[in-house]
Write a protein that binds this ligand. Structure first.
Ligand code: CAA
Length: 393
């Protein structure tokens, strides 16, 4: 039997942030606390896409953070990227997913699989924050089973003609560039898929209704439809038939972003619960003095720290340039479940006040749930981890 070892074995890991990482964390925290957190409840209640938050991320040179400067990026590492996503999620989960769907699900595949012309034409304006990205893999009838995509792409001369629809598209109505995975030959299943960059405004490209979601309610999620939509062959990433690999390796990076988002949601809710435990009195003392509350706070922070370390671990693996599928799945699986467990406990600490929208913890609990679902459910992460562990048997 072939044994699977971590890609990080013998790698020089320290969990001390560099000066630059700490500086960016502090800067983004300051922006998020001052600008995003105060509006998070309103964004949630009104289902309002906070376009001004995107503009501020762009003005802060964050939209292309891990990509080279020649493409408009900041040339920073993926640990820094995870730190930024966490800080955004602590303040406003909607803003963190708007950002991560753009960076890790759209910019990253153009950087990894695009040619030089595509990087200059498509990636650069996205890194500069002039254009926003969205990732279109799921369909009304295919979620976890991505290879079963039925949206078709037929090559005619120098254009693909797209027909079909895509579901649950983050940044749906708001994006400018859409990475669409479509089928060129159903008989070939995953080997028939192609990855195409489709521009908003293309002929026959329309939007369905905005989804009314449990959480991340300011995020623009909708169905998109293609009716004989022409897409230049020049917008194809990699080769025809590579669409599944483009999608899966993109999701490896995306899952680290969702792990960081989950850590941020959990830490944000915990911060509120800690503050409340020091303010709220019952039976003649502060509730933080009761062992039941102390244990909850201690367990939660232990798990959140562990989730953060798994997220950094996966980010380091990504920066080492090796395959990091398993590390990303570990981080996403654990962080998402920690976010759900912790936010439920935070609501419990607030008691009745946790159940109403006067305090933010119920929003964190609703926001946490999606991290166990999108970019691969927790069940899919277990499958990915197991199939990597059992490879070669
Ligand atoms: N990187 C590169 N290639 C990969 C890969 C990866 N991480 N994982 C698999 N592949 C390759 C395999 O090597 C294999 O290649 P060959 O055919 O050359 O041998 C090929 O892909 C097929 O692999 P599998 O047999 O493992 O594929 P499968 O059909 O059994 O699917 C799966 C595996 C894990 C279930 C996968 O389909 C999956 O991850 N599904 C979940 C999809 C998902 O996360 N959807 C979320 C959509 S995005 C979203 O949430 C919206 C948003 O906007 C936030």
């Amino acid at each position: 039997m072939q044994t699977t070892t971590s890609t990080l074995t013998n790698s020089p890991i320290t969990f001390q942030l560099t000066e630059d990482q700490a500086l960016i964390r502090d800067t983004v925290r300051e922006i998020a606390e001052a600008e995003f957190a105060p509006k998070a409840a309103e964004v949630d209640q009104k289902h309002r896409f906070p376009r001004e938050n995107w503009d501020l991320l762009a003005a802060s040179d964050l939209c292309g953070l891990p990509f080279p400067e020649e493409y408009g990026g900041a040339n920073l590492d993926h640990v820094t990227y995870a730190i930024v996503v966490e800080e955004l999620a602590k303040a406003c989960a909607t803003t963190s997913v708007m950002y991560s769907a753009h960076v890790s699900l759209t910019c990253a595949p153009v950087f990894t699989f695009g040619n030089e012309e595509q990087k200059q034409r498509i990636l650069k304006p996205m890194c500069l924050g002039e254009k926003m990205g969205a990732f279109c893999l799921s369909e009304p009838g295919t979620g976890s089973d991505s290879a079963a995509a039925t949206c078709t792409a037929v090559l005619k001369d120098d254009h693909f003609i797209l027909n079909g629809s895509k579901n649950w598209i983050t940044n749906g109505i708001e994006a400018d560039w859409y990475l669409v995975i479509a089928q060129t030959d159903t008989a070939k299943r995953h080997k028939g898929l192609v990855a195409l960059m489709v521009e908003k405004g293309s002929e026959g490209f329309t939007f369905g209704k905005l989804e009314d979601k449990l959480g991340i309610r300011g995020s623009s999620t909708c169905q998109i439809m293609f009716d004989n939509t022409p897409v230049p062959k020049a917008n194809m990433l990699a080769e025809q038939g590579d669409g599944f690999k483009v999608a899966m390796s993109t999701l490896d990076g995306g899952r680290i972003g969702i792990a960081a988002q989950a850590v941020g949601i959990a830490q944000g809710a915990w911060n509120h619960a800690l503050r409340y435990s020091k303010e709220r009195a019952a039976f003649g003392k502060l509730i933080g003095e009761f062992q039941a509350i102390k244990h909850m706070l201690a367990e939660m922070q232990t798990e959140i720290d562990a989730a953060r370390l798994l997220t950094y671990h996966a980010s380091v693996a990504q920066d080492l340039g090796k395959k990091f599928t398993m590390e990303a799945a570990h981080a996403k699986l654990y962080a998402a479940e920690v976010a759900m467990r912790s936010t439920v406990k935070c609501v419990q600490i607030f008691g009745g006040y946790g159940y109403v929208s006067d305090y933010p913890v119920e929003r964190y609990m609703r926001d946490a749930k999606i991290t166990e679902i999108y970019e691969g459910t927790s069940e899919i992460q277990r499958l990915v981890i197991a199939s990597n562990l059992l490879k070669g048997i």
